[in-house]
Design a protein around this ligand. Sequence first.
Ligand code: IPE
Ligand code: IPE
Ligand code: MG
Length: 257
Amino acid sequence: MKLRKAKYSRSKATAVEPTFDDKAPVPAHVAIIMDGNGRWAQARGLPRFVGHRQGVKAVRSTVRACSDLGISYLTIYAFSSENWKRPASEVDELMGLLRVYIRRELTELGREGVRIRFIGDRGRLADDINHLITNSEESTKNNTGLTFTVAINYGGRQEILEAARRFAQHVQEGEHEPEDINESLFESYLESEKLPDPDLLIRTSGEQRLSNFLLWQSAYTEFVFTSTLWPDFKKKNLEQAVAEYQRRERRYGGSSH
Ligand code: IPE
Ligand code: IPE
Ligand code: MG
């Protein structure tokens, strides 16, 4: 039998932006790699920290947009385990912004019913930041709105290693046998333990990599990459990413139907 040439409709499809359908299911959990603050500032001849400050505004509008769209979980990558490699002045600026952000914005969001959580290694963070983090988690833990998780000093590999180390410790203490390990038990050792896996992961700024974000959890996540720089990311961009998600077929290794 002669095989018919497959119709290639993709280029045609991408020419038209998919439109957000408010009747179609939205992803329950959206994860975002907020990238491009530095380039946003550079393009305007401004220092990088101006881009970071502008980036905070984009976080504000994105949290609200997620609630509006009916998304239940939002996780943002704010500072990676590898971001310590940046000049001390930039790291200080980012930590300073974090302090202000938690005090002002997160307190306000908490009042609006948002449940706030943090993932990442807290060991290297300043004591006052740790204090703010614990406070905002505690004071919002009974909120029933959007679950908003901020990843700070977070690395997917580090999270997996820490889970393995703690499991090994429990084996040594006789609490578990090595053969007890399975996906759900292993997940209970991860920091994201109470979060569903992300359905949609968005990365801004045109880079197409995970940069050590949610490695375990993104096994079957749909990825959307956009060239928009993070400070320019608006509700419309979120809707476009969700629209792209809505037309994907998730198969989890099964066959198409
Ligand atoms: C993302 O923007 C913010 C953080 C990583 C903290 P960048 O600072 O990485 O911006 P670019 O990638 O240099 O443009
Ligand atoms: C990833 O962005 C980390 C965050 C957005 C917090 P980076 O800008 O650090 O990633 P790379 O270095 O380009 O991979
Ligand atoms: Mg970057």
